[in-house]
Design a protein around this ligand. Structure first.
Ligand code: FES
Ligand code: FE2
Length: 382
C-alpha cells in the first residue's frame, strides 16, 4: 500500500514549524543525563524546539529554565555543560532556584525597579522529569502526564537500564542532512540492517523484521476523525518500546567487561525507541550503551547527539577512556552507514517525488504515520 507521508512532510518549513508547535513543544523530550548535573551549580544547556533551555542544579534541586536573561536577553549559561552559578555574564544578574532575580548588582543606584515589578520577574520554568538517569523536559505550560506518552513498562525499562550507566561519558554531535523522521522510520525498519550494515553490525547480529499480523490489521482502517484525546494518546504510547531486538551469531566478550557491572543477563542486541527523537541501544547485551538523540534543526537537517558509556564500573581501570573511544569508532561505522542512506533518501525527495510503498512488515511505521498525518494535517492536539 502507499504511505501516507508526502514529500512536503520532509521538505516544508511550514510543516517543520507545525511539528515544533504540535509535537516538540508538547511532548517530553530527552534533555541529558542526571549524572551530568550531579553537583551544586552543575548545568547543561540545550535548544529545545528553538527555545534555549538550561538545566541547573541548585543545592541538589534540578530546575529547567528558559536560558535567557530577563534584563537584556543574554543567554545565561553559554557552554554546553559546566559548573557555574546561574549568573548572567552581561550585567551580572543572578538567579535563584525559583527563577527570581535574586541579586541585581547596582540595583539601587541604576535600576530602581519598583518592588512589585522586581518580585514579579521570574525566568520561565519548564517541567522536568528524571527517569532513572535520563532527564526529560516538556515546554508545554500544561504538560501531558509522562505516562500518557510512555507506558509504565517502558518507563520502568528506561529507568532500570539508564540507572546502570557509568558516569564517564563520551559525547559527540553529528550534523546530518536529512529530516529527523527518516531516521526513526529507518530505526523501525528491521529489514534494512542486512542491506545497509553487512560489513558492520550484521556480521554478528541477526535482526528479524516484525511480521506481526495483529499489528498490521490494527493500522489498516483509516483513523477515525472522531478519535478523542484519550484514544490518540493511547496510540501515541505504543510508539515507544524497548527490548531485545537482535540475536548474536557469536557471543563475544571483551577484557574490559570484567571491570563493569551489567544490565541484565541476556546476550542480545537491545534497542529502546522513545518517541519522538530518542534512540538507545546496547549492542553487547547490557555491558555498554549508546544514546542517539536526533535533534531537528531544519526540514533537511538533523543533529545527532550521541553519548557512549559502559555499565557502571565495579572499579576504576586505566583504559576506560580507550574503551569509550572504541565504542565510538564502532558506532561511527554503523551510524555512518545509516546517515549515508538517510541523506540519499533526502536528496531523492522533491515536491513531485513518488509516494513511498509499504509492505506488511512496515506496520509500525504505518501506525506512526497515520497518527502523524492526522496531527500535522488535521487540527488535532496530542
Ligand atoms: S542581559 Fe543579563 S544582566 Fe543584563
Ligand atoms: Fe541502521
Amino acid at each position: 500500500m502507499k504511505s501516507r507521508m508526502q514529500p512536503r512532510h520532509y521538505l516544508s518549513e511550514a510543516v517543520f514549524e507545525r511539528e515544533r508547535d504540535r509535537i516538540f513543544r508538547r511532548l517530553w523530550l530527552f534533555a541529558g543525563l542526571k549524572t551530568m548535573v550531579a553537583e551544586h551549580n552543575d548545568f547543561i544547556t540545550r535548544e529545545v524546539a528553538g527555545v534555549p533551555v538550561v538545566i541547573q542544579n541548585f543545592r541538589g534541586e534540578l530546575r529547567a529554565f528558559e536560558n535567557v536573561c530577563l534584563h537584556r536577553s543574554m543567554r545565561l549559561q553559554t557552554a554546553p555543560a559546566g559548573r557555574r552559578p546561574l549568573v548572567c555574564g552581561y550585567h551580572g544578574w543572578s538567579y535563584a532556584v525559583d527563577g527570581s532575580a535574586s541579586h541585581i548588582p547596582l540595583h539601587d543606584e541604576l535600576y530602581r525597579f519598583p518592588a512589585a515589578e522586581r518580585d514579579a520577574m521570574r525566568l520561565r520554568q519548564f517541567a522536568l522529569r528524571a527517569v532513572g538517569n535520563l532527564l526529560f523536559v516538556n515546554l508545554d505550560p500544561d504538560p501531558l502526564p509522562i505516562t500518557d506518552q510512555f507506558d509504565q513498562a517502558f518507563i520502568d525499562l528506561m529507568e532500570s537500564s539508564s540507572s546502570m550507566y557509568d558516569t564517564e561519558v563520551m559525547t559527540t554531535t553529528w550534523h546530518t542532512r536529512f529530516n529527523w523522521k527518516l531516521g526513526y522510520e529507518n530505526l523501525r525498519d528491521g529489514n534494512h540492517p542486512r542491506f545497509v550494515h553487512p560489513q558492520s553490525i550484521t556480521k554478528n547480529v541477526v535482526f528479524v523484521p516484525l511480521m506481526d499480523e495483529a499489528l498490521h490489521a490494527e493500522v489498516t482502517p483509516e483513523l477515525d476523525p472522531s478519535l478523542d484525546r484519550t484514544a490518540r494518546r493511547e496510540i501515541l504510547r505504543r510508539f515507544s518500546y524497548g527490548g531485545a531486538e537482535g540475536s548474536f551469531k557469536n557471543v563475544v566478550r571483551y577484557d574490559w567487561q570484567q571491570y563493569v557491572e551489567r544490565w541484565g543477563e541476556t546476550d542480545a542486541y537491545f534497542n529502546w525507541l522513545a518517541y519522538p527523537n530518542l534512540h538507545i541501544a546496547s549492542s553487547d547485551g547490557g555491558f555498554s550503551f549508546t544514546i542517539e538523540h536526533h535533534v531537528p534543526v531544519a526540514p533537511d537537517r538533523t543533529d545527532l547527539e550521541i553519548y557512549w558509556m559502559t555499565a557502571r564500573k565495579r572499579q576504576p581501570y586505566s583504559f576506560s577512556g580507550t574503551v569509550l573511544l572504541s565504542l565510538m569508532h564502532g558506532s561511527k561505522l554503523v551510524v555512518g552507514e545509516d546517515v549515508q542512506v538517510m541523506e540519499e533518501v533526502q536528496r531523492g525527495l522533491h515536491a513531485d517525488a513518488p509516494t513511498p510503498r509499504q509492505g506488511d512488515y512496515e506496520g509500525l511505521n504505518k501506525r506512526v504515520e497515520r497518527w502523524y498525518v492526522d496531527l500535522i494535517d488535521g487540527d488535532h492536539e496530542i
